[in-house]
Design a protein around this ligand. Sequence first.
Ligand code: ME8
Length: 517
Amino acid sequence: MSEKFYVTTPIYYVNDKPHLGHAYTTTAADVVARFNRFLGRDVFFLTGTDEHGQKIQQAAEKMGMSPKEFVDRLVPVFKKLWEVLNISYDHFIRTTDPEHVKAVQHIFMKCYENGDIYLGEYEGWYCIPCETYYTEKDLIDGKLCPACKREVTRVKEESYFFRLSKYQDKLLELYEKNPDFIGPEFRRNEVINFVKQGLKDLSISRTSFSWGIPVPINEKHVIYVWFDALTNYLTAVGYPDDTERLNRYWPADLHLVGKDILRFHAVYWPAFLMSAGLPVPKRVFAHGWWTVEGEKMSKSKGNVVDPFEVVEKFGVDQVRFFLFREVSFGLDGDFSYEKLVARINGELANDLGNLFNRTLSMLKKYRKSVVPEPKGEFDELDKKIANKALATLKALKELIPRAELSKALDEIWQFVGFVNYYIDRRAPWSLKKEGKDAELDTVLYNMVEALRFITAFLYPYMPASAEKMVQLLKLDTKAQELRAEQFESWGGIEPGREVEKGGILFPRIEFNPETGE
Ligand code: ME8
Protein backbone atom coordinates (compact mmCIF):
# COMPACT_ATOMS: atom_id res chain seq x y z
CA MET A 1 0.00 0.00 0.00
CA SER A 2 1.29 3.48 -0.81
CA GLU A 3 2.46 5.85 1.87
CA LYS A 4 -0.28 8.10 3.28
CA PHE A 5 -0.31 11.85 3.79
CA TYR A 6 -2.97 13.53 5.91
CA VAL A 7 -3.17 17.33 5.61
CA THR A 8 -5.70 19.66 7.21
CA THR A 9 -6.87 23.28 7.18
CA PRO A 10 -8.44 24.95 10.19
CA ILE A 11 -12.19 24.54 10.20
CA TYR A 12 -13.47 28.07 9.74
CA TYR A 13 -16.10 29.81 11.81
CA VAL A 14 -19.23 30.25 9.78
CA ASN A 15 -20.27 33.51 11.37
CA ASP A 16 -19.50 35.33 8.15
CA LYS A 17 -18.41 34.90 4.53
CA PRO A 18 -14.84 33.71 3.94
CA HIS A 19 -12.19 36.28 3.00
CA LEU A 20 -8.77 36.07 1.39
CA GLY A 21 -7.14 34.97 4.68
CA HIS A 22 -9.28 31.82 4.72
CA ALA A 23 -8.56 31.22 1.06
CA TYR A 24 -4.85 31.43 1.88
CA THR A 25 -4.65 28.51 4.31
CA THR A 26 -6.94 26.34 2.22
CA THR A 27 -4.97 26.98 -0.96
CA ALA A 28 -1.76 26.17 0.88
CA ALA A 29 -3.22 22.85 1.96
CA ASP A 30 -4.29 22.24 -1.63
CA VAL A 31 -0.74 22.78 -2.89
CA VAL A 32 0.56 20.30 -0.33
CA ALA A 33 -2.17 17.77 -1.13
CA ARG A 34 -1.67 17.96 -4.88
CA PHE A 35 2.09 17.64 -4.60
CA ASN A 36 1.79 14.59 -2.37
CA ARG A 37 -0.57 12.97 -4.85
CA PHE A 38 2.02 13.71 -7.52
CA LEU A 39 4.49 11.78 -5.35
CA GLY A 40 2.08 8.85 -5.50
CA ARG A 41 0.96 9.11 -1.89
CA ASP A 42 -2.48 8.23 -0.63
CA VAL A 43 -3.58 11.72 0.38
CA PHE A 44 -6.37 12.66 2.72
CA PHE A 45 -7.07 16.39 2.58
CA LEU A 46 -9.56 17.69 5.11
CA THR A 47 -11.31 21.04 5.45
CA GLY A 48 -14.60 22.12 6.94
CA THR A 49 -16.49 24.45 9.22
CA ASP A 50 -16.55 25.23 12.94
CA GLU A 51 -20.20 25.74 13.76
CA HIS A 52 -20.67 25.79 17.53
CA GLY A 53 -19.96 28.34 20.23
CA GLN A 54 -21.09 31.65 21.56
CA LYS A 55 -19.89 33.68 18.58
CA ILE A 56 -22.04 31.71 16.13
CA GLN A 57 -24.99 31.71 18.53
CA GLN A 58 -24.81 35.50 18.81
CA ALA A 59 -24.44 36.00 15.06
CA ALA A 60 -27.50 33.81 14.48
CA GLU A 61 -29.53 35.66 17.12
CA LYS A 62 -28.75 38.94 15.41
CA MET A 63 -30.26 37.56 12.22
CA GLY A 64 -33.25 36.17 14.09
CA MET A 65 -32.38 32.60 13.12
CA SER A 66 -31.55 29.41 14.91
CA PRO A 67 -27.80 28.72 14.89
CA LYS A 68 -28.25 25.68 12.67
CA GLU A 69 -30.36 27.58 10.14
CA PHE A 70 -27.77 30.32 10.20
CA VAL A 71 -24.76 28.07 9.55
CA ASP A 72 -26.63 26.06 6.94
CA ARG A 73 -26.88 29.24 4.89
CA LEU A 74 -23.18 30.03 5.08
CA VAL A 75 -21.63 26.60 4.53
CA PRO A 76 -22.46 26.62 0.79
CA VAL A 77 -20.55 29.92 0.43
CA PHE A 78 -17.40 28.23 1.75
CA LYS A 79 -17.93 25.24 -0.52
CA LYS A 80 -18.45 27.55 -3.48
CA LEU A 81 -15.21 29.37 -2.73
CA TRP A 82 -13.28 26.10 -2.61
CA GLU A 83 -14.77 25.17 -5.97
CA VAL A 84 -13.78 28.52 -7.46
CA LEU A 85 -10.26 28.15 -6.08
CA ASN A 86 -9.89 24.59 -7.38
CA ILE A 87 -9.48 23.09 -3.93
CA SER A 88 -9.14 19.31 -4.15
CA TYR A 89 -10.29 18.45 -0.63
CA ASP A 90 -11.27 14.86 0.09
CA HIS A 91 -13.72 15.59 2.86
CA PHE A 92 -15.62 18.60 4.20
CA ILE A 93 -16.40 18.22 7.87
CA ARG A 94 -18.98 20.18 9.84
CA THR A 95 -18.87 20.17 13.61
CA THR A 96 -22.64 19.68 13.62
CA ASP A 97 -22.20 16.31 11.86
CA PRO A 98 -23.57 13.59 14.17
CA GLU A 99 -20.39 11.50 13.96
CA HIS A 100 -18.39 14.51 15.10
CA VAL A 101 -20.65 15.07 18.12
CA LYS A 102 -20.05 11.46 19.04
CA ALA A 103 -16.26 11.74 18.59
CA VAL A 104 -16.06 14.85 20.78
CA GLN A 105 -18.06 13.27 23.56
CA HIS A 106 -15.90 10.18 23.30
CA ILE A 107 -12.58 11.97 23.61
CA PHE A 108 -13.96 14.13 26.42
CA MET A 109 -14.82 10.96 28.34
CA LYS A 110 -11.39 9.45 27.62
CA CYS A 111 -9.69 12.46 29.17
CA TYR A 112 -12.18 12.40 32.02
CA GLU A 113 -11.60 8.71 32.73
CA ASN A 114 -7.87 9.35 32.72
CA GLY A 115 -8.36 11.85 35.51
CA ASP A 116 -7.55 14.92 33.44
CA ILE A 117 -10.94 16.63 33.64
CA TYR A 118 -12.46 17.98 36.87
CA LEU A 119 -15.36 20.24 37.81
CA GLY A 120 -14.63 23.71 39.16
CA GLU A 121 -15.56 27.32 38.67
CA TYR A 122 -14.16 29.64 36.04
CA GLU A 123 -13.87 33.26 36.85
CA GLY A 124 -12.13 35.51 34.39
CA TRP A 125 -12.38 37.07 30.97
CA TYR A 126 -13.52 35.69 27.65
CA CYS A 127 -13.15 37.05 24.14
CA ILE A 128 -16.18 35.93 22.14
CA PRO A 129 -14.80 36.74 18.66
CA CYS A 130 -11.66 34.71 19.46
CA GLU A 131 -13.46 32.17 21.68
CA THR A 132 -10.52 32.45 24.07
CA TYR A 133 -10.12 32.75 27.85
CA TYR A 134 -7.91 35.47 29.27
CA THR A 135 -6.65 36.48 32.69
CA GLU A 136 -6.61 40.09 33.83
CA LYS A 137 -2.93 40.49 33.10
CA ASP A 138 -3.34 39.28 29.48
CA LEU A 139 -5.68 42.17 28.64
CA ILE A 140 -4.81 45.48 27.04
CA ASP A 141 -5.87 48.39 29.27
CA GLY A 142 -7.69 45.90 31.48
CA LYS A 143 -10.52 45.41 28.98
CA LEU A 144 -9.34 44.58 25.46
CA CYS A 145 -8.46 41.20 23.94
CA PRO A 146 -4.71 41.02 23.29
CA ALA A 147 -5.35 39.19 19.99
CA CYS A 148 -8.20 41.06 18.30
CA LYS A 149 -8.27 44.16 20.53
CA ARG A 150 -12.00 43.99 21.02
CA GLU A 151 -13.73 44.21 24.38
CA VAL A 152 -13.75 41.02 26.43
CA THR A 153 -16.61 39.67 28.54
CA ARG A 154 -16.54 38.82 32.24
CA VAL A 155 -17.37 35.17 32.88
CA LYS A 156 -18.09 33.51 36.20
CA GLU A 157 -19.61 30.07 35.92
CA GLU A 158 -19.27 26.42 36.81
CA SER A 159 -16.89 24.76 34.39
CA TYR A 160 -15.03 21.58 33.67
CA PHE A 161 -11.28 22.04 33.56
CA PHE A 162 -8.63 20.14 31.67
CA ARG A 163 -5.41 19.50 33.60
CA LEU A 164 -3.18 21.29 31.15
CA SER A 165 -0.65 22.04 33.88
CA LYS A 166 0.11 18.32 34.10
CA TYR A 167 1.31 18.32 30.47
CA GLN A 168 3.84 21.11 30.64
CA ASP A 169 6.91 18.87 30.80
CA LYS A 170 5.53 16.35 28.35
CA LEU A 171 4.91 19.12 25.84
CA LEU A 172 8.39 20.54 26.26
CA GLU A 173 9.77 17.08 25.72
CA LEU A 174 7.66 16.72 22.58
CA TYR A 175 9.06 19.97 21.11
CA GLU A 176 12.58 18.98 22.14
CA LYS A 177 12.46 15.51 20.62
CA ASN A 178 10.63 16.55 17.46
CA PRO A 179 12.21 19.74 16.17
CA ASP A 180 9.88 19.56 13.16
CA PHE A 181 6.72 19.51 15.24
CA ILE A 182 6.26 23.27 14.91
CA GLY A 183 7.17 25.38 11.90
CA PRO A 184 8.50 27.87 11.10
CA GLU A 185 11.41 27.69 13.54
CA PHE A 186 10.82 31.13 15.11
CA ARG A 187 7.26 30.15 15.98
CA ARG A 188 8.55 27.00 17.62
CA ASN A 189 10.66 29.14 19.92
CA GLU A 190 7.65 31.31 20.77
CA VAL A 191 5.60 28.29 21.73
CA ILE A 192 8.41 26.84 23.83
CA ASN A 193 8.75 30.13 25.70
CA PHE A 194 5.01 30.27 26.27
CA VAL A 195 4.92 26.76 27.72
CA LYS A 196 8.01 27.38 29.84
CA GLN A 197 6.25 30.28 31.52
CA GLY A 198 3.85 27.75 33.01
CA LEU A 199 0.53 26.30 31.93
CA LYS A 200 -2.68 26.77 33.86
CA ASP A 201 -5.54 24.31 33.68
CA LEU A 202 -7.95 25.13 30.90
CA SER A 203 -11.69 25.68 31.17
CA ILE A 204 -13.30 23.34 28.65
CA SER A 205 -17.02 23.77 29.20
CA ARG A 206 -19.56 26.58 29.38
CA THR A 207 -22.97 26.85 31.02
CA SER A 208 -24.19 30.31 30.05
CA PHE A 209 -25.33 29.39 26.53
CA SER A 210 -26.40 26.20 24.83
CA TRP A 211 -25.09 26.09 21.23
CA GLY A 212 -22.55 23.34 21.54
CA ILE A 213 -21.99 19.67 22.23
CA PRO A 214 -23.32 18.64 25.65
CA VAL A 215 -20.92 17.24 28.23
CA PRO A 216 -22.07 13.61 28.33
CA ILE A 217 -22.12 13.39 32.12
CA ASN A 218 -23.64 16.80 32.78
CA GLU A 219 -26.06 18.21 30.24
CA LYS A 220 -26.00 21.67 31.81
CA HIS A 221 -22.60 22.14 30.18
CA VAL A 222 -21.61 22.48 26.55
CA ILE A 223 -18.07 21.55 25.58
CA TYR A 224 -15.71 24.48 24.89
CA VAL A 225 -15.77 25.22 21.17
CA TRP A 226 -12.01 24.69 20.78
CA PHE A 227 -12.08 21.27 22.44
CA ASP A 228 -14.91 20.46 20.05
CA ALA A 229 -13.26 21.96 16.96
CA LEU A 230 -9.81 20.39 17.32
CA THR A 231 -11.37 16.96 17.51
CA ASN A 232 -12.57 17.34 13.92
CA TYR A 233 -9.18 16.10 12.75
CA LEU A 234 -9.89 12.78 14.46
CA THR A 235 -13.56 12.50 13.51
CA ALA A 236 -12.74 12.73 9.85
CA VAL A 237 -10.48 9.68 9.99
CA GLY A 238 -12.93 7.46 11.80
CA TYR A 239 -12.42 8.16 15.50
CA PRO A 240 -13.50 6.42 17.66
CA ASP A 241 -15.03 3.37 15.96
CA ASP A 242 -13.30 2.89 12.64
CA THR A 243 -9.94 1.82 14.00
CA GLU A 244 -8.67 0.60 10.66
CA ARG A 245 -9.14 4.00 9.08
CA LEU A 246 -7.84 5.74 12.16
CA ASN A 247 -4.69 3.63 12.19
CA ARG A 248 -4.20 4.27 8.50
CA TYR A 249 -4.41 8.08 8.57
CA TRP A 250 -3.76 9.18 12.13
CA PRO A 251 -1.57 10.97 13.18
CA ALA A 252 -2.01 13.83 10.74
CA ASP A 253 1.13 14.67 8.79
CA LEU A 254 0.48 18.38 8.64
CA HIS A 255 -1.92 20.80 10.29
CA LEU A 256 -1.81 24.13 8.47
CA VAL A 257 -2.96 27.09 10.55
CA GLY A 258 -2.63 30.84 10.83
CA LYS A 259 -0.37 32.19 13.55
CA ASP A 260 -3.46 33.30 15.52
CA ILE A 261 -4.37 29.72 16.34
CA LEU A 262 -0.97 28.09 16.68
CA ARG A 263 -1.24 27.84 20.47
CA PHE A 264 -4.43 25.81 20.21
CA HIS A 265 -2.80 23.40 17.79
CA ALA A 266 0.69 23.15 19.26
CA VAL A 267 -0.12 23.27 22.99
CA TYR A 268 -3.72 22.35 23.80
CA TRP A 269 -4.28 19.82 21.02
CA PRO A 270 -1.27 17.57 21.72
CA ALA A 271 -2.12 17.71 25.43
CA PHE A 272 -5.69 16.54 24.77
CA LEU A 273 -4.37 13.77 22.55
CA MET A 274 -1.79 12.62 25.08
CA SER A 275 -4.48 12.53 27.71
CA ALA A 276 -6.74 10.43 25.47
CA GLY A 277 -3.85 8.07 24.71
CA LEU A 278 -3.55 9.02 21.05
CA PRO A 279 -0.47 9.91 18.98
CA VAL A 280 0.15 13.59 18.32
CA PRO A 281 0.31 15.13 14.82
CA LYS A 282 3.66 15.15 13.05
CA ARG A 283 3.77 18.83 12.23
CA VAL A 284 1.90 22.07 12.76
CA PHE A 285 2.86 24.92 10.47
CA ALA A 286 1.69 28.46 11.18
CA HIS A 287 1.66 31.02 8.40
CA GLY A 288 1.43 34.77 8.88
CA TRP A 289 -1.37 37.23 8.30
CA TRP A 290 -2.41 39.08 5.23
CA THR A 291 -2.83 42.70 6.07
CA VAL A 292 -4.30 45.53 4.05
CA GLU A 293 -2.38 48.74 4.50
CA GLY A 294 -0.73 47.22 7.55
CA GLU A 295 -3.96 46.17 9.34
CA LYS A 296 -5.03 42.54 9.74
CA MET A 297 -7.80 41.73 7.36
CA SER A 298 -10.96 41.30 9.35
CA LYS A 299 -14.63 41.81 8.79
CA SER A 300 -15.08 44.11 11.76
CA LYS A 301 -12.41 46.44 10.38
CA GLY A 302 -14.16 46.42 7.02
CA ASN A 303 -10.91 45.89 5.13
CA VAL A 304 -11.40 42.38 3.82
CA VAL A 305 -10.40 41.32 0.34
CA ASP A 306 -13.19 39.29 -1.22
CA PRO A 307 -11.59 36.20 -2.77
CA PHE A 308 -14.48 35.70 -5.20
CA GLU A 309 -13.93 39.17 -6.54
CA VAL A 310 -10.13 38.94 -6.92
CA VAL A 311 -10.37 35.59 -8.65
CA GLU A 312 -13.07 36.87 -10.97
CA LYS A 313 -10.96 39.88 -11.87
CA PHE A 314 -7.48 38.36 -12.13
CA GLY A 315 -7.90 34.60 -12.55
CA VAL A 316 -7.67 31.74 -10.11
CA ASP A 317 -4.10 30.64 -10.78
CA GLN A 318 -2.88 34.20 -10.84
CA VAL A 319 -4.20 34.60 -7.30
CA ARG A 320 -2.94 31.20 -6.12
CA PHE A 321 0.50 31.99 -7.47
CA PHE A 322 0.57 35.47 -5.95
CA LEU A 323 -0.29 34.22 -2.46
CA PHE A 324 2.86 32.11 -2.19
CA ARG A 325 5.13 34.19 -4.37
CA GLU A 326 4.60 37.64 -2.93
CA VAL A 327 5.10 36.78 0.72
CA SER A 328 7.32 34.15 2.23
CA PHE A 329 4.95 31.52 3.63
CA GLY A 330 5.20 31.88 7.40
CA LEU A 331 5.59 35.68 7.47
CA ASP A 332 3.01 38.45 7.34
CA GLY A 333 2.38 40.25 4.08
CA ASP A 334 0.49 43.20 2.77
CA PHE A 335 -2.04 42.77 0.00
CA SER A 336 -2.45 45.20 -2.86
CA TYR A 337 -3.76 45.05 -6.41
CA GLU A 338 -0.62 46.76 -7.70
CA LYS A 339 1.57 43.99 -6.31
CA LEU A 340 -0.72 41.34 -7.72
CA VAL A 341 -0.67 42.89 -11.18
CA ALA A 342 3.12 43.32 -11.05
CA ARG A 343 3.55 39.59 -10.34
CA ILE A 344 1.13 38.61 -13.07
CA ASN A 345 2.73 40.78 -15.73
CA GLY A 346 6.34 40.39 -14.68
CA GLU A 347 6.46 36.73 -13.79
CA LEU A 348 3.47 34.89 -15.21
CA ALA A 349 3.09 36.72 -18.51
CA ASN A 350 6.79 37.47 -19.07
CA ASP A 351 8.99 34.83 -17.43
CA LEU A 352 6.69 31.85 -17.78
CA GLY A 353 4.15 32.68 -20.49
CA ASN A 354 6.84 33.92 -22.84
CA LEU A 355 8.98 30.90 -22.20
CA PHE A 356 6.20 28.62 -23.37
CA ASN A 357 5.39 30.81 -26.28
CA ARG A 358 8.92 31.25 -27.58
CA THR A 359 9.68 27.55 -27.21
CA LEU A 360 6.58 26.48 -29.11
CA SER A 361 7.16 29.15 -31.78
CA MET A 362 10.74 28.04 -32.38
CA LEU A 363 9.68 24.44 -32.53
CA LYS A 364 7.07 25.34 -35.10
CA LYS A 365 9.47 27.47 -37.11
CA TYR A 366 12.40 25.07 -37.13
CA ARG A 367 10.80 21.62 -36.78
CA LYS A 368 7.12 21.95 -37.81
CA SER A 369 6.11 21.49 -34.14
CA VAL A 370 7.53 17.97 -33.99
CA VAL A 371 9.78 17.21 -31.01
CA PRO A 372 13.21 16.40 -32.51
CA GLU A 373 15.56 13.68 -31.39
CA PRO A 374 18.46 15.13 -29.34
CA LYS A 375 21.23 14.01 -31.69
CA GLY A 376 24.00 16.41 -30.76
CA GLU A 377 26.41 15.96 -27.83
CA PHE A 378 25.28 17.56 -24.57
CA ASP A 379 27.49 20.55 -23.78
CA GLU A 380 27.93 22.06 -20.30
CA LEU A 381 24.69 24.03 -20.44
CA ASP A 382 22.73 21.07 -21.74
CA LYS A 383 23.94 18.99 -18.84
CA LYS A 384 23.19 21.80 -16.47
CA ILE A 385 19.57 22.19 -17.53
CA ALA A 386 18.98 18.47 -17.05
CA ASN A 387 20.69 18.43 -13.66
CA LYS A 388 18.89 21.53 -12.51
CA ALA A 389 15.51 20.04 -13.37
CA LEU A 390 16.25 16.94 -11.32
CA ALA A 391 17.69 18.97 -8.45
CA THR A 392 14.61 21.19 -8.41
CA LEU A 393 12.35 18.19 -8.08
CA LYS A 394 14.50 16.89 -5.25
CA ALA A 395 14.23 20.23 -3.45
CA LEU A 396 10.45 20.29 -3.88
CA LYS A 397 10.19 16.84 -2.33
CA GLU A 398 11.96 18.20 0.73
CA LEU A 399 10.15 21.50 0.95
CA ILE A 400 6.49 21.13 -0.02
CA PRO A 401 5.46 18.37 2.41
CA ARG A 402 6.98 20.56 5.17
CA ALA A 403 4.86 23.50 3.99
CA GLU A 404 7.87 25.55 2.86
CA LEU A 405 5.74 26.74 0.01
CA SER A 406 7.48 29.98 -0.91
CA LYS A 407 10.94 28.46 -0.79
CA ALA A 408 9.70 25.72 -3.10
CA LEU A 409 8.15 28.21 -5.48
CA ASP A 410 11.39 30.13 -5.46
CA GLU A 411 13.25 26.97 -6.55
CA ILE A 412 10.76 26.56 -9.39
CA TRP A 413 11.20 30.16 -10.44
CA GLN A 414 14.94 29.82 -10.45
CA PHE A 415 14.51 26.94 -12.84
CA VAL A 416 12.17 28.98 -15.07
CA GLY A 417 14.80 31.72 -15.05
CA PHE A 418 17.50 29.23 -15.92
CA VAL A 419 15.55 27.86 -18.88
CA ASN A 420 15.15 31.37 -20.25
CA TYR A 421 18.87 31.91 -19.75
CA TYR A 422 19.60 28.59 -21.45
CA ILE A 423 17.64 29.61 -24.51
CA ASP A 424 19.41 32.97 -24.71
CA ARG A 425 22.82 31.34 -24.37
CA ARG A 426 22.20 28.38 -26.66
CA ALA A 427 20.50 30.72 -29.16
CA PRO A 428 18.65 28.27 -31.45
CA TRP A 429 18.34 31.04 -34.09
CA SER A 430 22.14 31.18 -34.42
CA LEU A 431 22.46 27.39 -34.61
CA LYS A 432 19.93 27.52 -37.42
CA LYS A 433 21.86 30.21 -39.25
CA GLU A 434 25.10 28.31 -38.84
CA GLY A 435 23.46 25.14 -40.11
CA LYS A 436 24.24 23.22 -36.88
CA ASP A 437 21.24 20.96 -37.24
CA ALA A 438 22.09 18.23 -34.75
CA GLU A 439 22.89 20.76 -32.07
CA LEU A 440 19.67 22.63 -32.83
CA ASP A 441 17.74 19.37 -32.34
CA THR A 442 19.34 18.90 -28.95
CA VAL A 443 18.60 22.41 -27.81
CA LEU A 444 14.99 22.34 -29.01
CA TYR A 445 14.53 18.99 -27.35
CA ASN A 446 15.87 20.29 -24.05
CA MET A 447 13.60 23.30 -24.24
CA VAL A 448 10.43 21.20 -24.55
CA GLU A 449 11.63 18.73 -21.97
CA ALA A 450 12.20 21.63 -19.58
CA LEU A 451 8.60 22.72 -20.15
CA ARG A 452 7.43 19.24 -19.26
CA PHE A 453 9.25 19.53 -15.92
CA ILE A 454 7.90 23.03 -15.32
CA THR A 455 4.37 21.78 -15.91
CA ALA A 456 4.78 19.20 -13.17
CA PHE A 457 6.48 21.64 -10.80
CA LEU A 458 3.75 24.22 -11.15
CA TYR A 459 0.83 21.82 -11.11
CA PRO A 460 0.30 21.99 -7.31
CA TYR A 461 0.28 25.78 -7.33
CA MET A 462 -1.57 26.38 -10.58
CA PRO A 463 -3.52 23.26 -11.48
CA ALA A 464 -5.70 24.84 -14.18
CA SER A 465 -2.71 26.40 -15.94
CA ALA A 466 -0.80 23.14 -15.69
CA GLU A 467 -3.72 21.55 -17.49
CA LYS A 468 -3.28 24.10 -20.29
CA MET A 469 0.45 23.38 -20.35
CA VAL A 470 -0.25 19.67 -20.68
CA GLN A 471 -2.47 20.46 -23.63
CA LEU A 472 0.11 22.72 -25.26
CA LEU A 473 2.69 19.94 -24.96
CA LYS A 474 0.08 17.32 -25.93
CA LEU A 475 1.22 15.08 -23.11
CA ASP A 476 -1.67 12.57 -23.46
CA THR A 477 -2.52 12.80 -19.81
CA LYS A 478 -4.19 15.10 -17.37
CA ALA A 479 -2.05 17.35 -15.20
CA GLN A 480 -3.46 15.71 -12.10
CA GLU A 481 -2.29 12.34 -13.36
CA LEU A 482 1.34 13.36 -13.70
CA ARG A 483 3.50 11.37 -11.29
CA ALA A 484 6.98 11.95 -9.90
CA GLU A 485 8.25 8.68 -11.37
CA GLN A 486 7.86 10.16 -14.86
CA PHE A 487 10.40 12.78 -13.84
CA GLU A 488 13.13 10.62 -12.42
CA SER A 489 15.36 11.25 -15.37
CA TRP A 490 15.78 13.78 -18.15
CA GLY A 491 14.41 12.81 -21.52
CA GLY A 492 10.85 11.75 -20.78
CA ILE A 493 9.20 13.50 -23.70
CA GLU A 494 9.38 11.25 -26.75
CA PRO A 495 10.90 12.59 -29.97
CA GLY A 496 8.54 12.48 -32.94
CA ARG A 497 5.48 13.68 -31.06
CA GLU A 498 3.81 16.87 -32.07
CA VAL A 499 3.16 19.83 -29.81
CA GLU A 500 0.86 22.85 -30.19
CA LYS A 501 2.01 25.72 -32.32
CA GLY A 502 1.73 28.30 -29.59
CA GLY A 503 -0.68 29.73 -27.08
CA ILE A 504 -1.07 32.40 -24.47
CA LEU A 505 -1.00 31.08 -20.91
CA PHE A 506 -1.21 34.34 -19.00
CA PRO A 507 -2.42 37.48 -20.72
CA ARG A 508 -0.89 40.74 -19.53
CA ILE A 509 -3.19 42.85 -17.41
CA GLU A 510 -3.79 46.55 -17.76
CA PHE A 511 -4.64 47.95 -14.37
CA ASN A 512 -5.10 51.48 -13.17
CA PRO A 513 -4.56 51.62 -9.39
CA GLU A 514 -6.37 54.97 -9.25
CA THR A 515 -9.64 53.66 -10.58
CA GLY A 516 -9.18 50.01 -9.59
CA GLU A 517 -10.11 49.00 -13.16
O1 ME8 B 1 -9.93 30.26 14.16
N1 ME8 B 1 -4.38 36.26 7.01
O2 ME8 B 1 -11.57 30.00 12.58
P1 ME8 B 1 -11.47 31.35 11.75
C1 ME8 B 1 -4.09 34.97 6.88
N2 ME8 B 1 -12.63 28.05 13.93
N3 ME8 B 1 -4.88 33.98 7.30
C2 ME8 B 1 -6.03 34.32 7.89
C3 ME8 B 1 -6.42 35.66 8.07
C4 ME8 B 1 -5.53 36.66 7.58
N4 ME8 B 1 -5.80 37.95 7.67
N5 ME8 B 1 -7.60 35.67 8.68
C5 ME8 B 1 -7.96 34.38 8.86
C6 ME8 B 1 -10.87 29.66 13.69
N6 ME8 B 1 -7.01 33.56 8.38
C7 ME8 B 1 -11.30 28.35 14.30
C8 ME8 B 1 -10.33 27.26 13.84
S1 ME8 B 1 -9.44 24.75 13.84
C9 ME8 B 1 -9.66 23.38 14.78
C10 ME8 B 1 -10.59 25.92 14.44
C11 ME8 B 1 -7.04 32.09 8.36
O3 ME8 B 1 -12.64 31.35 10.85
C12 ME8 B 1 -5.92 31.47 9.20
O4 ME8 B 1 -5.73 30.15 8.82
O5 ME8 B 1 -11.29 32.51 12.66
C13 ME8 B 1 -6.53 31.49 10.57
O6 ME8 B 1 -5.88 30.60 11.44
C14 ME8 B 1 -7.93 31.03 10.24
O7 ME8 B 1 -8.24 31.68 9.00
C15 ME8 B 1 -8.92 31.42 11.31
O8 ME8 B 1 -10.20 31.14 10.85
